[in-house]
Structure formats: C-alpha cells, structure tokens
Design a protein around this ligand. Sequence first.
Ligand code: UD1
Length: 419
Amino acid sequence: MYQTKTCKIITVVGARPNFMKAAPILAAFRDYNERQATSGARDSHFILQNLLVHTGQHYDESMSERFFADLNIPNPDVHLGVGSGSHATQTAEIMKRFEEVLLQERPDLLVVVGDVNSTLACALVAAKISFGANGARPMIAHVEAGLRSFDWSMPEEINRVLTDRVADLLFVTEQSGLENLRGEGISDEKIHFVGNTMIDSLLAFKGKAERSSILDTMGLQNCGSHRGSANGRIRYALLTLHRPSNVDQRDTFLNILEGLEELSHTCPVIFPAHPRTQKRIAEFGFERFFSAENEWQKGNSHSAGGNARIRMVAPLGYLDFMCLMGNAAVVVTDSGGIQEETTCLGVPCVTVRENTERPITVQVGTNILAGTRKEDIRRAARQQLESKAARSVPEGWDGKSAQRIVEIICKAMEKKQLL
Ligand code: UD1
C-alpha cells in the first residue's frame, strides 16, 4: 500500500505559443489527480499540486487572456507582470521576479515549454537555485526539447539550446530532436520522446474550432464556390509574419510583401498581425500593401472585385485561428508552431524562413521552406495553392503526449524519492 505524497510543480507560461503547449499538461495533471482520488489502485504515490506562473511576457488581451479562455486554462496563480523590453531586460526581469517565487514555493519540479525568453529565464533560475544547505533545487522539465534550426541569430535557438543544457527531463516532439540531443552529448536517460502537446490541444479543440463563426464574419464562406478547387479547401490564404529577422529589416520585409502580391491577386489573404509587425508596417510606411479590417466588406468576394491587398486583422484567438487555418487553401507563415499544426491538419504551408527547427513538417510533405526571396515565395505559394498535400501525421502526434509526460514525471519523482 502506497503512502500518498504531494509533488509540488510550477508550470511557467509567458508568451502566446506557450499557452497551447502547456494547456494539455495542466489538464493531464488534473486528470491524474482525479484518477488518484477516484480509483483504489494508485498509479504512483503522488498527488500533483501545480502552481501556474505567467511571466507576463505577452500581456495584450489578444495575445494572452483570450487563449486562457479558448483553451480552458485556469487563471495563473502568480503573474509576474514583466511585459516587453530588450532581450536582456525582459530575461533579467523574469529571472529576478521568478527567483522570489521559487524561493517561496520550493517546488519539486519546474515545467517550461517551448523556446521563448520566459522558458530560458525560468529554467536558468531553477538550475542555479539552492533551497538549503544541501543545495537542493527543483528538477527541470523542458517540453519541446531538442528542436534545432542551427541558426544562432535566432533568439529562440539560443533559448532552446541553453534550456536543454540545464533540463533534467527533456520531452521531445520529433525524431530530429532525439538525434540533436544525442549529438550534443545529452544522456539518453534524460531524453523522452513523447510527441507534441501542441497537437494535443489541436485535437482536443478541433471540433470547437470548426464551430467558430470566423469564416462568416470575414465573408470567406462566399469563397465556398471554390470548394472543390485543386485541394478541396476554401480558396483563401492565411498569413502570419512576426520574426524579427523578417519584419524588423525594411528591405527583407518589403521583399516578402512583394513576394506575396501575386497570391493576394489570386485569392483573399487574411493576415492576423502580431503587434510587433503592426508597428513595423506603420514605421516603414507599408500600409499600401494592406487593407484594414473596416475597409473590406463582409461578403465582398475577392473574385467579385474585392480588395486585392492583404487583409490585415488584429491577432485572433486560438479557436478562430484554428478554424481559419483548417479551411485555408494555403498558409504562409514564419511561425514554428504553425508549421506543425498545418502538418497535422494536412494544410499546405509555405514557410518564409531559410531554415526550420521542425524538419518533420517538410519530410511529410505539407511544408515548403521557401526562404525570403520574392521569386521563391511566389513560386512556393503558387505550388502550394494547388497542392493536394495528403495528411500524414508524425509519430506520437496523437493527442496523448501530455498524458505520457505526466507518467514520466511521476516515475522520475518516485526515483528521486528512492535515492
Ligand atoms: C515571442 C517569442 C517568439 C514567439 C512569439 C510569438 C522570444 C524571444 N520570442 O516573440 O519565439 O514566436 O513570441 O508571438 O521569446 N507586444 C505587444 N503586446 C504583447 C506582446 C508583445 O504589443 O502582448 C509587442 C511589444 O512591442 C514587444 C514586441 O511585441 O516589444 C515583441 O514582443 P516579445 O515578447 O519581445 O517577442 P515576440 O516578437 O512576441
């Protein structure tokens, strides 16, 4: 007969792409505890007590709160309220404020997800903290470990590599992650291939997303006559751009927008713009490429003489965005996560980057790495718009990744207790 003990966990979220990766893990903690409470048979002798910490790296309603509502994430227990700043300022501010939380709460385990500044900042604090004379510190779990673009000019690459170096449990989403971590000399016993928790969210909320009214709101159902076009989806494109390397340099950004002109003459291009990108558009005077939300009219089909400029809208919530992504004929993006979501949905994707840390998305055939030259973007968009990319889901992207993570966490905790 096991004796029940409490395993105290802190899970950190900070920026938009963290929320859909963490939500299934939080749900799996709750499920695990419910199973413990209701079943006589114990999976192990732990109750998982989770504290959710939001760093406040993203703070706009549309970049944060909306996702908590859409993904049924409970309110954070602690909000660090850090906000924007240079990389150094933001990272340092998170570290200072998170250290106080860690010292007060003394968790057994820290869970960080993805590759944003909040991920690295909190992992670093936990790696160096000492809860007492014996130097005890929490175990560190990194969800989405091992992804590598091998591009050190990307802040995310630095965050990924350094977080992996200090993590004790490395949860990997795709085969390349295993190879990268082994190549870096990380011991096999720390590495766990679990699949993709972001896909857990996608599968859990797909039905709800399909009931979103966003297609009607944007007048895209009227493009429905194009259903049955080459790839059988509605003939519009969905665009996201926010990487500093793409939007912070005037010439690069201009080149990308020119590369997209042909596409925007072929079908409506819907562009939920990140705050960073909106600022750059105003700064560089690129408004001529876009029509604002209030400029295009509901039901005004593109082919019936609608505006050929890119339709810029405010950042969307999770469910509306999933609905737009699932129905689009093509998605053009520089995001990491969207490459994976389109892969799972079987939607053709053009990635406007020179590299990807998610090579599986190219291997299964839904994603084309187009680079940032305008001719290449044009060619890739043309090809993908007519593509019949088949849905081929990578190993372990089955909606059960968070469950596997919780099982591994419990085993690791048991082992730690036995030592
Ligand atoms: C961050 C992540 C990036 C991720 C992206 C998704 C890092 C290094 N980068 O980039 O990996 O793909 O989130 O969005 O962590 N801003 C607002 N409101 C907000 C948040 C940001 O206006 O709620 C503006 C601010 O001007 C801020 C800028 O956007 O300076 C950039 O925000 P920041 O969190 O520094 O990086 P992201 O570009 O969002």
